[in-house]
Design a protein around this ligand. Structure first.
Ligand code: FES
Length: 104
């Protein structure tokens, strides 16, 4: 699990964090926070360097778009969804964890 402060997150300005060696892209939209794999499934660009529009993030390298809520591809050229991580807000703290590890 990784923890960061809600107040450190700027609206629609994704940040990359390290979750046990896995880069994760964390994005705040209003009072909501979303966490998806930072590595684009197309050619491994860093998604946190991309633009956020609505609930989508656009990869800066070739323009694929992913849904921040589901990790699904919205716009090609990517075709494989990216992993989604669990986000829990406890007061001022945001806790990010892998769904895979939660399943054992
Ligand atoms: S690396 Fe992201 S769209 Fe190509």
């Amino acid at each position: 699990m990784s923890e960061l402060s809600f107040d450190s997150l700027v609206e629609r300005k994704p940040v990359k964090i390290d979750l046990n060696g896995t880069p994760v892209c964390v994005t705040r939209i209003g009072d909501e926070v979303f966490a998806i794999a930072d590595t684009c499934s197309h050619s491994e660009a860093s998604l946190s360097e991309g633009e956020v529009t609505d609930y989508k993030i656009e990869c800066w390298l070739h323009g694929a778009e992913f849904d921040l809520r589901s990790g699904e591809v919205v716009t090609p050229p990517a075709s494989i969804p990216v992993e989604v991580f669990d986000v829990v807000r406890e007061g001022a703290a945001i806790k990010i964890s892998s769904r895979k590890s939660a399943q054992g």
